[in-house]
Design a protein around this ligand. Structure first.
Ligand SMILES: Cc1cc2nc3c(=O)[nH]c(=O)nc-3n(C[C@H](O)[C@H](O)[C@H](O)COP(=O)(O)O)c2cc1C
Length: 447
């Protein structure tokens, strides 16, 4: 990750904060205000209480994510589909000595920045940690993101959602009365973060997916305290084990939907050792911010795209706007009623997300909800094109059924009436540079 951010830095693509910031709220506050006007990563050089610089918003940009996987504009899902179904590059042998290529230093958890994000959070959290563990039965490695509340030098409390592979791995280890060995990676190479966001089938290796995204085998090294291999080029690795039959209080925490999850019982991660690269950078991620939502979108949009192209023609791309609970599918209409079939397939492909699903034509920018809603308002006959499906369960963590029901909207141009709906345009409007017409200072956003 550091090499990637340094390349952006060299091109003036990173916002750098030189003054000292407080890890309690101030770092998160600067991040979200900056994200409101720019997609650039933010490098905080001095964070009170730690010597480590902190970088945020590494993944908060669709164009950057597309570039990381080699996708063309508007082709993220198609490229992802290609990568996930291709063969993995040949793996390098994992050589224990390799670790000497990247000098590593042992440290303890309290040397890491202790960042508190939201007003009512129970304490400092690690939010951008990738959890790497092996299936205790098959040995297949899995990567996933999980938040961790920092309790002491030896204890983290981690949230394992009911449906995730890591949760299943832990349950298998627990059934044998064993702890699950696990490494938390911070500042891993970007392909690992993308692979961690992806919900692959339990028999598919997300470490292999990371190599496919990278386009080459990613060098790995052996851990010092547990039987796992981790990427050689990681800023920080926390080695440990998730204990069997132990749950302890965790949260409140301000999570992705924009609310606080109340205190609950979460798993206990016993820290066995922490290794850092020289001058390591810490990766912090504000939950629910654009960085979180872009990574969640990778997971949901690509999963839906995979299900759609397996069954239907003309599906071009999928996005989650304005939030991960809403899906928009872009199609090239093939026949009358095509969009309706897309809606039905999309809604069946994932039972947790996609509270709303809107299908649009290829001239609509699906990453811009204003454009999507414009299509609804100008193309869709509401009495025929909008359906509400009652009594369908939604997001899995929903005791009150607040996420039940689905809203489906076909916002495509009526089939065979395309010429009436040709989108007007002004030649040159998209390509000109406003700075060529207005003086310095006249382009500020607010007056
Ligand atoms: C930034 C971020 C934070 C996440 N935090 C959590 C979390 O705390 N607990 C959880 O169960 N899932 C969390 N998730 C979701 C899982 O990491 C994600 O669904 C992943 O794909 C699970 O993959 P798996 O089932 O293949 O292991 C988070 C996702 C992202 C992108």
């Amino acid at each position: 990750m550091r090499e990637y951010v340094e390349q952006l830095l060299a091109r003036n693509g990173v916002r750098v904060v030189e003054r000292e910031v407080d890890p309690r709220f101030e770092l998160a506050a600067v991040t979200v205000r900056s994200q409101a006007e720019s997609d650039a990563p933010i490098l905080f050089r001095r964070v009170r209480g730690s010597t480590m610089p902190v970088v945020t918003n590494v993944y908060g940009s669709r164009p950057r994510l597309a570039q990381m996987i080699g996708a063309e504009e508007g082709g993220f899902c198609a490229r992802w589909q290609h990568l996930t179904t291709s063969h993995a590059p040949e793996r390098d042998p994992v050589v224990a000595l390799r670790a000497t290529e990247v000098p590593l230093r042992a440290t303890n958890l309290s040397s890491l920045p202790r960042i508190t994000y939201f007003e009512k959070d129970a304490g400092p959290y690690i939010t951008a940690g990738l959890y790497l563990a092996k299936d205790p039965e098959t040995g297949v490695p899995n990567l996933s993101f999980h938040r961790a509340m920092m309790v002491s030098d030896t204890e983290l409390r981690v949230r394992l959602g009911r449906t995730h592979d890591l949760t299943a791995y832990h349950a298998k280890a627990e059934a044998r009365g064993e702890a699950l060995e696990c490494a938390i990676l911070l500042g891993a190479p970007p392909p690992f973060s993308l692979a961690a966001a992806a919900p692959l089938a339990p028999w598919e290796s997300e470490v292999e997916l990371a190599s496919k995204i990278a386009g080459h085998a990613v060098p790995m090294r052996r851990c010092r305290h547990i039987d796992l291999e981790v990427p050689l080029h990681c800023e920080i690795v926390i080695e440990g084990r998730i204990l069997p039959n132990v749950l302890r209080p965790e949260a409140p925490f301000g999570e992705f939907q924009g609310y606080y999850v109340q205190q609950l019982q979460s798993h206990v991660f016993e820290v066995l050792g922490v290794t850092v690269r020289d001058d390591a950078w810490f990766h912090a991620l504000v939950c629910g911010s654009s960085e979180d939502l872009r990574l969640l979108e990778v997971a949901i949009a690509t999963q839906l795209y995979r299900a759609l192209v397996a069954r239907l023609p003309g599906v071009l791309d999928v996005a989650c706007v304005p939030h991960v609970m809403g899906t928009v599918v872009k199609i090239r209409q093939q026949y009358e009623g095509h969009a309706q079939q897309v809606l039905l397939t999309a809604i069946g492909a994932n039972h947790d997300w996609s509270k709303t699903c809107i299908v649009v034509d290829e001239d609509v920018d699906i990453e811009d909800f204003n454009d999507v809603w414009w299509a609804v308002l100008t193309r869709a006959r509401l009495d025929q094109r909008v359906s509400i499906l009652p009594n369908v369960p939604g997001f899995f963590r929903d005791p009150w059924k607040d996420h039940w029901g689905r809203l489906l909207i076909d916002a495509t141009i009526p089939f065979d009436r395309r010429s009436e709906y040709e989108r007007k345009r002004i030649p040159g409007a998209e390509s000109l540079e406003l700075a060529d017409y207005f003086g310095p200072g006249q382009l500020s956003k607010r007056v």
